[in-house]
Write a protein that binds this ligand. Structure first.
Ligand SMILES: *Cc1c(COP(=O)(O)O)cnc(C)c1O
Length: 332
């Protein structure tokens, strides 16, 4: 309802399922845990960027774009979903890949998402960590214009107010499903990276008049920096949908205590929960985002920070293709 005035192209299989995880709940002896299956959005192995791209690519189409330009880490799920969306819509896809992880092995550099990017026909250009990607993307856009094309830049993670609309929609969808399943949650937990998912979801809830607390688990930068980023994007997104101020600073919480040595670097907690969810529930999680967020959730339960009487919903943001890039790192 909040989104009816924005250009949108259908890319995702929606609604994604909302499912209980009874064996996980029993194993942890804690709250009732449910999962919102945004790993099942369907686009070239799915994930959370597909919802965002429905709006980013909708705007690109409306503007007559011939080529989309985007940026991400070598194992970016966002890049893979953007490459697939571009292919499906008959656009070219220029990708700037950032070497963000120290000492990557051959699997990291060639398997998982980056293999899929190549199969999907994206043109990949590689850059050192810390490159000024906004400037580089503008430069490539200029080259495309000079050749008579019409470029459209999708920011990293599609995390601007346009892309965040996808998660405004996810929040509305979840609230409808809560009614259908006759379930009410005490807390939502999700991975918080480039911030569009966290920000859009918070805006979607508050703009719908719902006060469900949202716990983001950061995967990249320290807490103050992550919360500031999510809050800034929440404010911009709230304004964009005509609900300025619906999210307040206290709504935005990002616990960044589960990152370990750094972005994309494995942790023991991630490894443990990836195996636990696979073996208890037959569900796959990724090493960079959803696995670390889940490690946070499991730790909160063990620390008694979620009571056994509570109901928690975990937003599964996908990323399973990335597991193959970590085949020599995951300790099975
Ligand atoms: C990108 C991504 C996230 C984080 O979403 P943001 O909107 O970037 O914060 C979480 N999980 C997976 C699997 C992702 O690919």
């Amino acid at each position: 309802m909040l989104l009816s005035n924005f250009p949108r192209v259908s890319l995702a299989h929606l609604p994604t399922p909302l499912e209980p995880l009874p064996r996980l709940s029993e194993r942890l002896g804690g709250p009732e845990i449910w999962v919102k299956r945004d790993d099942c959005t369907g686009l070239a192995t799915g994930g959370n960027k597909t919802r965002k791209l429905e709006f980013s690519m909708g705007q690109a189409l409306e503007r007559g774009a011939t080529t989309v330009i985007t940026v991400g880490a070598v194992q970016s799920n966002h890049v893979r979903q953007t490459a697939a969306a571009a292919a499906k819509l008959g656009m070219r896809c220029e990708v700037l890949l950032e070497h963000r992880v120290e000492n990557p092995g051959p699997l990291y550099l060639n398997s998982g998402n980056v293999l899929l990017d190549r199969i999907l026909g994206a043109n990949l250009r590689e850059y050192a960590k810390g490159t000024d990607f906004d400037a580089e993307m503008e430069k490539i856009a200029g080259e495309i214009r000079a050749e008579g094309g019409n470029p459209y830049i999708v920011p990293g993670g599609a995390s601007n107010p346009v892309g965040a609309l996808g998660y405004v929609g996810c929040a509305e969808e979840l609230l409808r499903q809560c009614d259908e399943h006759d379930v009410a949650f005490d807390h939502a937990v999700l991975a918080s990276g480039s911030a569009g998912t966290h920000a859009g979801f918070a805006v979607g809830l508050r703009a719908s008049g719902n006060d469900l607390p949202v716990l983001g688990i950061g995967v990249n930068v320290p807490q103050d920096e992550q919360e500031a980023k999510v809050y800034a994007l929440s404010r911009a997104t709230a304004e964009y949908i005509g609900k300025p101020g619906c999210v307040v600073r206290e709504d935005i919480v990002a616990d960044c205590g589960y990152i370990g040595p750094g972005y994309g670097e494995p942790t023991a907690g991630m490894n443990e929960v990836v195996l636990m969810l696979a073996r208890e529930e037959g569900l796959l999680f990724d090493p960079v985002y959803s696995g670390k967020a889940l490690a946070g959730l499991v730790d909160y339960v063990r620390e008694g920070r979620f009571a056994a009487s509570q109901k928690i919903v975990f937003l599964h943001t996908g990323g399973v293709a990335g597991l193959f890039a970590y085949a020599d790192i995951i300790d099975v």
